[in-house]
Design a protein around this ligand. Structure first.
Ligand code: SF4
Ligand code: SF4
Length: 455
């Protein structure tokens, strides 16, 4: 990726073929796992900063007590830093200051293909990239960030889970990791227009805000689109949804491939530049925010000519500016699940809480909420890995305890993937808790506007 430092306009006009080819090269590796290539990938990822972090571990074990996979199983293999062992070994035997001495003394052992196949389950199935361990480490080691780096080596060498390679292929082929195209979104928009009586503007050049959505919202929670339409209509926001480049999710972040991530981010940048918008709204999806807001400019080597705003932040801003007229509150006891990528890696803590207090009479935070919150268990691509399902349901035990401590009658969140995963796990655990979306909650308690007209 070092050579891909184009201007934004070049990204839009020239890079897609280059970026897409690089991305497809990663997917092509899935048919032929290659341990040598993985070791090469680990070494490439181990720059000075990563080496410093790998060398800094004092083996205190505090990261284990932060990780829900370890807490529910007490399996030492699920200790966060242990998941990095192949990367550490590759560094020690190939590029550390004592690599040659290690080899000479026979202390360096090759990481085998069989080990990497086994480690794929540790680096992918048992890590949500949630960052809870990162906060716990007294040495300041960004363990989640290093797992993400290790996944780069795994994905380029064919050791990522097959489900994620397939999702990446679908995303590149159709624009969506689950194969949802514009005709499906168009139909969902039409249904929402009928239900809300509000027109959803499509491909409007020069709109202030570009709304992108996740496939999960389109397929499972299309009411979110209607909710945004009602809210933006009342706030008199200038906005639009694109008919291409509307997918917010980024499987490249999950599989751990900068090349796939860059190819997918560039599609959003492409449409945002073409429509000349001032802002792109990152929807209710945790990792989509990480991909677009934090990683995107670095992946593409340029600052964006627009700002990225997360939907919860925008709703909070509109609420604080007095542009949302609220009426009534939910009388049930409600709690809020913080999506890891929004709160821990994105710093969005207060906005959803102000909104929750605006719509709920009895909002109560979970113990260890906010930055200390437990993941739903499905982040980091885990929800897309079928072989990980049993472990994901087991890891939900930590979340279950958190929720139970509040006595909440319903759970609200701001990520469609979390919502999906939470609903699944709640059913699996025999619970009856309802899971709701934050944007829908805000729309539900908007004062109905008698003057609502199609614009
Ligand atoms: S990032 Fe989260 S899931 Fe992954 S090892 Fe750390 S605490 Fe566990
Ligand atoms: S918390 Fe940090 S220093 Fe302690 S074992 Fe984990 S990675 Fe090593």
């Amino acid at each position: 990726m070092a050579g891909l430092r184009f201007s934004v306009m070049n990204i839009v006009t020239r890079a897609p073929t280059v970026l897409e080819q690089l991305a497809r090269n990663v997917i092509a590796s899935s048919g032929s796992p290659d341990a040598g290539k993985a070791i090469e990938g680990f070494v490439t990822q181990t720059d000075r900063d990563v080496a410093f972090q790998l060398e800094s571990c004092v083996h205190c074990g505090q990261c284990a007590d932060a990780c829900h996979f370890y807490l529910v199983t007490h399996d030492p293999r699920y200790t966060p830093v242990y998941k990095l062992r192949p990367m550490l070994r590759a560094y020690q035997s190939e590029s550390s200051p004592f690599a040659k001495a290690r080899k000479w003394l026979g202390l360096a052992t090759e990481v085998s293909s069989a080990e990497l196949t086994e480690w794929s389950k540790l680096l992918y199935d048992s890590c949500n990239l949630c960052g809870r361990c990162t906060l716990a480490c007294p040495m300041g080691i960004d363990i989640a960030g290093l797992v993400r780096r290790a996944r780069e080596g795994m994905s380029v060498a064919g050791f990522a889970p097959a489900d994620l390679y397939k999702a990446a292929e679908r995303a590149l082929d159709s624009g969506s990791p689950v194969g949802i195209g514009w005709p499906t979104l168009k139909r969902q928009i039409e249904i929402q227009e009928e239900e809300t009586g509000v027109k959803v503007p499509v491909d409007v050049q020069g709109a202030d805000y570009l709304v992108i959505v996740s496939s999960i919202e389109i397929a499972a929670f299309p009411e979110n689109i209607g909710a945004m339409a009602r809210i933006f209509d009342q706030a008199k926001l200038s906005w639009t949804i694109p008919s291409a480049g509307f997918e917010a999710t980024n499987v490249g972040i999950q599989i751990g491939s900068r090349d796939i991530s860059a190819a997918l981010v560039s599609r959003i940048v492409d449409v945002a530049v073409r429509l000349k918008v001032k802002y792109v709204i990152s929807p209710e999806c945790g990792h989509a925010y990480t991909a677009l807001r934090w990683e995107g400019p670095n992946l593409l080597g340029q600052a964006y000519p627009f700002k990225v705003v997360q939907i919860a932040e925008l709703l909070d801003q509109l609420f604080q500016e007095g542009r949302l007229r609220m009426r009534g509150k939910d009388q049930r006891r409600l709690t809020f699940h913080d999506p890891c990528q929004l709160v821990r890696r994105g710093g969005i803590r207060q906005a959803p809480r102000r909104l929750m207090n605006a719509v709920s009479e009895q909002f109560i935070d979970m113990p260890s909420s906010g930055e200390a919150n437990f993941c739903c268990g499905g982040g980091g691509g885990v929800s897309a890995i079928h072989r990980a399902e049993k472990l994901r349901f087991a890891a939900f035990e930590c979340k279950k305890e958190q929720v139970a401590a509040t006595g909440a009658e319903a759970l609200v969140t701001a990520c469609a993937n979390c919502r999906n995963v939470l609903e699944d796990a709640i059913e699996e655990h025999g619970m009856t808790l309802q899971v709701l979306g934050l944007t829908e909650m805000v729309a539900q308690y908007l004062e109905p506007d008698p003057l609502t007209t199609s614009r």
